[in-house]
Design a protein around this ligand. Structure first.
Ligand SMILES: [Zn+2]
Length: 410
């Protein structure tokens, strides 16, 4: 295999952060018709750059294969809507957005976030490559360009005079193959006193909390604040503030402006987090190289639990069909030999099968009908919510199992 180059600094990628073996695309749910067909599996090997410390995958599938018909509609989740509405209020106040301002969101999904700006009379524009969700946004009155964002899109918009006072990119950076082009694009689209805010899962949390299952082919890059600050500063953008959020097991929201924007001073929170990351070893290669052993250990512990339960003739089912569950189950080699089925509230997933493991997905009602002994919570970031919602399994003395960061039986 030839050595690939770092997505940010082009240094050769010589070090493995973690190797999760061969895995199917985590969002490629299998339907009944596809059950007797083969599925493509791709290597899920993550590298760390010894120069800029970007943790990254080498792309294996074209973005069009992954994003043209995206199954996830943001508006379905109540907690996301609250998060979005609170964010819109806060930035509108903090940066004094008004009727003549323009907000551009990259990867705007079905327009769930931009609707809160539009309702304040602020002009909005969404950019979204997945046609099915973009069309939903247009139907609800959110102007949306159906395409990928990059250098070229940004230059076209800038040439039309459509500069932005606020550019938003939530959970999109990890998916971008050409990071430098993407950041250059944001820089050229941003008005002189404008602000960019981006949200993405925090690499420090991924390592600390052993969240290796959040690694899948769609997520090409995993960022620390240290690395992301370097990336943006190469393109004339200043990181002036950061917030730590609880979403996705621990995310960062960063705030950026043009380097020469003297109105925005770098906050203490930026300095504090940079120094905490350094203390956590994120500027030392050895820290990254030890992650793989931690992951193998987790696999052995999870299998130990499953084998012991099956040897006692216990029945095990799962809750949820998130992408992260597919990484966990495929990496651990766990199929219907251990887990009879999983359930999901999304009607888009019910009646399908998990990619690779082919575990069937049913409606949550099935749990009351089959009364399993253990319920493995795959979306561990929603454990509290699921334990409350499914508390009736205690009636037949069933137990909840959370696999990450380490197996816990509740
Ligand atoms: Zn690099």
């Amino acid at each position: 295999m030839s050595i690939a180059a770092c997505r940010i600094c082009q240094a050769p990628l010589r070090h493995t952060f973690v190797d999760l073996g061969m895995s199917p695309l985590a969002n490629s749910y299998v339907n009944r018709r596809q059950l007797n067909q083969m599925e493509p599996f791709y290597p899920l090997q993550v590298f760390v750059c010894d120069c800029c410390f970007l943790v990254q995958l080498v792309p294996v599938a074209r973005p069009e294969e992954i994003f043209s018909e995206y199954a996830y509609f943001s508006s379905y989740s109540d907690s996301w809507l609250e998060h979005a509405s609170a964010y819109a209020d806060s930035v509108t106040r903090r940066f004094g957005l008004h009727g003549n301002s323009r907000v551009v969101e990259i990867a705007s999904n079905d327009g769930y976030l931009l609707q809160y700006f539009a309702s304040k009379g602020i002009s909005v524009l969404g950019i979204e490559p997945a046609r099915n969700v973009a069309e939903t946004a247009v139907q609800r009155g959110i102007p949306t360009l159906i395409r990928f964002f990059g250098d070229e899109t940004a230059r076209e918009l800038a040439a039309e005079g459509k500069h932005a006072d606020l550019i938003i990119g939530n959970n999109v950076l990890a998916h971008v193959p050409d990071l430098n082009g993407f950041v250059r694009g944001m820089e050229s689209l941003l008005r002189r006193r404008g602000v960019i805010t981006l949200e993405f899962p925090h690499l420090m949390r991924l390592i600390e909390q052993n969240q290796f299952d959040t690694i899948y082919h769609e997520h090409l890059s995993y960022f620390s604040l240290i690395t992301i600050q370097k990336l943006f500063s190469c393109h004339g953008l200043k990181l002036f503030d950061v917030e730590e959020l609880s979403t996705h097991g621990g995310s960062l929201r960063i705030y950026l402006c043009h380097e020469d924007d003297k109105e925005k001073a770098i906050s203490e929170r930026v300095k504090d987090l940079l120094s905490r990351e350094e203390k956590a070893g994120l500027t030392k290669l050895e820290q990254y190289l030890s992650f793989g052993d931690q992951v193998k250990q987790t696999k052995r512990e999870f299998l130990k639990f499953l084998i012991a339960a099956k040897n006692q003739n216990k029945s095990i089912v799962a809750y949820g069909a998130p992408a992260k569950g597919n990484t966990l189950l495929n990496y651990c080699g766990v199929g219907t030999d251990f887990i009879d089925y999983t359930v999901d509230r999304s009607p888009h997933k019910q009646g399908h099968f998990l990619p690779g493991t082919r575990i069937p997905i049913y409606s949550p009602d099935r749990i009351g009908e089959t009364r399993p002994d253990y319920l493995v919570i795959l979306p561990w970031n929603l454990t509290e919510e699921i334990v409350t919602q499914m508390s009736y399994i205690r009636e037949w003395n069933a137990r909840f199992v959370v696999p990450i960061p380490a197996v816990r039986v509740l």
